[in-house]
Design a protein around this ligand. Structure first.
Ligand code: M6R
Length: 615
């Protein structure tokens, strides 16, 4: 949460900073601000509550002097509401120093008391201002911004990425990170800092990820990284796998629409080089091959949509590889006393690789002796770096807050993992392995077919824009899809929505059904001998008898749903475990279209941020 960008070089910094903030706005959009050191060596700042557009207009109406060194911030509010005063940057050293921050400084209250006792005054309610004032105090004592950082970071607890500039040192930006992300962009005669590579990918595709508890100083002609004790740190540059156009809307009405359209490619790219006719190739797992082959239990850790992908991973791993799997929300796992044995394999799933709840759970599991594997979509992110091994999804940058293409890519990666586990353990006959590989390789084309039904789903959504409550039902692999459908509708259209296991309905939730209640039902294929199709059709009949308006998501040719459903959305034929990869797509489109019909911002829903980097 919160997007951070820093620049030092030779071009006007405001353009670089505002461009970076535009690409980082998905991380938070309560307020935005910039600080630059102008050609006269003076610090100028400007910040405004509201989305980045408000700041952009304000800067056009009231320009500030530009320079070649600056920092910029887009905020997701934690301490203090989304006001101009609480927007970043915050100032220290009598207005000569500007600081921006991502994270939460947990001991800010006691530090604030200390400063108040010294007679220091505050102009915001944020935890960040404490860091700015402390940095100002230490800068006055040391006359060196990097040295001041070293003094201050030792006093802070919690999670933080901090960037600062000082008008006495106009050619540098200094940053520090603990438990929040920070990446350097390496340019020619210029360097960049960002919460992620999107901040600077239009200027350079060479980057360095800053490790835990490190301080970085960037100058036009170089970078220096030290740990919190001041010892130099060697850093390994990497090439960013996508270019700036991948993070642009490219003519689509929203990032979400564009990202849904990219789902076939997200799956295909995640399969690329990994899927053969006879088996899967995952060299990323070689370093932990013995641990995964010997695992007697797997715990999948994730939050939100990624956790629903994890539920599908559980079905696949248990069915194909016969290993017991639990799926747990990272924040629930971390703060109980989970039993972790030496043969426990932890699989974390995170699109951003920065979700603090998941990061903390992974660290805890690793410290407890588990082997940790991260499924992640973001190069250089913290969670894969903190894990024993990483299996990257290749969905490309996901900018819309609602996760869509990352979800199908995560499920794809989990299925690859499940098949690899089955290979290592010899649990799948060769014919079943081949059939699954063929099903996986067919998924991109089948998703493309579902995308072709978008117009009908838009009509359905438009007709439901006054609806106040929608329920989603599914059994087996349809259940996580019901949960995901409900989550999408809540977060995008602000409509009360719940997902239920269809069999659970009669244990209580059926009392919610009243005439006209809209219910989406994910219907399994009738072709599978062990299919739950008849049971789901019975569940539909139970709610229809009580007046529900049923929208069935059913495969082509399933005629049994016709007499019981009010609307039917068709998906291509697929065997049970692959059906969710298709059934989720209409629900994503439905939520997006309903939000759009209500005039809502589908890319930046209220109160949310893409990357949840606070606990
Ligand atoms: O970056 P992550 O995959 O770790 O994010 C996890 C959740 O915060 C995320 O999936 C969230 O639920 C989405 N907004 C759902 O669309």
């Amino acid at each position: 949460m919160c997007g951070i960008v820093g620049y030092v070089g030779s071009r006007p910094s405001l353009g670089v900073l505002m461009g970076g903030l535009r690409r980082l706005e998905y991380r938070g959009y309560d307020s935005a601000g910039v600080a630059v050191i102008d050609a006269e060596g003076r610090l100028s700042t400007h910040k405004r509550a509201g989305k980045l557009g408000v700041l952009t207009q304000d800067l056009a109406a009231h320009p500030i002097a530009d320079g070649v060194t600056g920092i910029g911030h887009t905020r997701w509010a934690t301490h203090g509401g989304p006001t101009d005063a609480n927007a970043h940057p915050h100032l220290g050293d009598d207005g000569k120093l500007a600081v921006i921050h991502n994270g939460i400084i947990e001991n800010f209250a006691e530090l604030k008391d200390e400063l108040l006792a010294e007679g220091v005054t505050f102009s915001s309610e944020t935890d960040t201002e404490v860091a700015a004032l402390l940095l100002g105090r230490e800068y006055r004592a040391t006359g060196d911004l990097t040295a001041a950082f070293r003094k201050v970071v030792g006093r802070l607890t919690g999670a933080f990425t901090l960037l600062a500039i000082h008008e006495d040192q106009p050619g540098i930006v200094v940053g520090a990170r603990r438990n929040s992300p920070l990446v350097i962009g390496l340019g020619e005669g210029e360097n960049f800092l960002g919460s992620d590579v999107a901040a600077f990918v239009e200027h350079t595709r060479r980057a360095v990820a800053i490790g835990q508890d490190q301080i970085v100083t960037i100058r036009p002609d170089g970078i220096e990284v030290v740990d919190f004790a001041g010892q130099p740190v060697e850093s390994e540059p990497f090439d960013i796998a996508w270019d700036a156009s991948a993070a642009d809307k490219g003519g689509w009405s929203s990032f979400m629409a564009k990202e849904i359209s990219e789902e076939p490619a997200a799956v295909a790219n995640t399969l690329l080089t990994r899927l053969g006719d006879e088996g899967v190739t995952l060299p990323e797992l070689e370093g932990i091959a013995d641990d995964i082959a010997g695992a007697d239990r797997i715990i999948i850790l994730a939050c939100g949509t990624a956790a629903y992908a994890g539920m599908l991973g559980k079905y696949a791993i248990e069915k194909w590889a016969g290993i017991p799997v639990e799926v747990e929300l990272s924040h629930e796992f971390r703060y109980r006393d989970p039993v972790i044995g030496p043969k426990t394999l932890i699989v974390s799933i995170s699109q951003s690789g920065e979700t603090m709840d998941t990061l903390m759970a992974v660290k805890y599991a690793r410290e407890s002796g588990a082997t940790t594997l991260s499924i992640c979509n973001t190069q250089g992110a913290t969670i894969p770096r903190e894990s024993d091994a990483a299996l990257y999804t290749h969905a490309g940058p996901e900018v819309a807050v609602a996760s869509t293409k990352a979800f199908v890519a995560q499920v794809t990666a989990l299925y690859l993992l499940a098949l690899r586990l089955a290979e290592l353990r010899g649990t799948l006959p060769a014919a079943a392995m081949r059939a699954n590989l063929a099903e996986l390789s067919a998924v991109p084309d089948k998703i493309a077919t579902v995308l072709g039904t978008g117009a009908g789903i838009r009509e359905l959504a438009r007709g439901m824009s006054d609806t106040r409550s929608v329920l989603f039902l599914g059994r087996h692999v349809g259940y996580p899809i019901a949960l995901e459908g409900a989550l999408k509708l809540k977060e995008l259209a602000y409509i009360h929505a719940e997902g239920f296991a269809a069999g659970e309905l009669k244990h209580g939730p059926i009392a919610l059904i009243e005439p006209g209640q809209r219910v989406f039902v994910v219907v399994p294929s009738p072709r599978d001998a062990s299919s739950l199709h008849p049971k789901v059709v019975s569940n539909i009949q139970e709610i229809r008898a009580r007046g529900a308006h049923v929208i069935a998501i059913a495969e082509q040719g399933d005629v049994a749903v016709l007499p019981v459903a009010d609307d039917v959305i068709r998906i291509p034929l697929a065997s049970p475990l692959f059906e969710p990869l298709l059934a989720v797509v209409p629900l994503q489109i439905f939520a997006m279209e309903l939000a759009a019909a209500k005039g809502l911002d589908v890319d930046q829903p209220r109160n949310l941020a893409k990357s949840v980097t606070v606990e």
